[in-house]
Design a protein around this ligand. Structure first.
Ligand SMILES: [Zn+2]
Ligand SMILES: [Zn+2]
Length: 165
């Protein structure tokens, strides 16, 4: 006799995993097994346990941004759903395509600056192999450009193919 089990035959038990700090970071361990074994996101362990990793971000409601006149750092409009950026907020939707706020300082490069200074045609030619040069301008907490140029870096080649067309 073969046993046929469907989803309705199971219920789910949930428990926070055990954490084991190691030299290379924190190891996530199965909370149901003794001795515990490591869990990897997206892979079911022999005991049937899977690890669910969820990124959670608070979204400022459209009402709150309108009511409190909280302006987007990119487009300077208020109203619309926003997420935090540094000490301010930006729209959840891409309100200004082409303008990107960086969550990590890029690696500035002197050669990127040199390529940026090339005449247009030559620059296009060089950027085909290096990737497009991105100029990084400083903005203050209100989202106003200070006029200071922080540096230049190469976007990964091929990444901005559509934007260049
Ligand atoms: Zn287990
Ligand atoms: Zn915006």
């Amino acid at each position: 006799m073969t046993i046929k089990l469907g989803q309705k035959d199971f219920k789910v038990r949930e428990q926070p995993p055990k954490l084991n700090p190691t030299k290379n970071g924190v190891q996530v361990l199965c909370p149901f097994c003794t001795p515990p074994h490591a869990l990897v996101p997206g892979e079911a362990a022999v005991c049937g346990t899977t690890l669910r990793v969820t990124a959670v971000q608070a979204v400022l409601t459209s009402h709150a941004s309108r009511f409190n006149k909280i302006k987007c750092l990119k487009c300077h409009q208020f109203g619309g759903e926003m997420v935090m950026y540094n000490t301010g907020y930006v729209h959840l939707v891409d309100c200004m395509p082409g303008t990107r706020l960086l969550t990590q300082p890029p690696k500035f490069s002197k050669s990127a600056k040199a390529v940026f200074g090339l005449p247009k045609g030559l620059r296009d030619f060089v950027e085909k192999s290096t990737g497009k040069v991105q100029q990084v301008r400083e903005i203050d907490a209100e989202g106003t450009e200070t006029g200071r140029i922080l540096g230049y870096f190469f976007l990964k080649p091929g990444k901005d193919k559509k934007a260049g067309a």
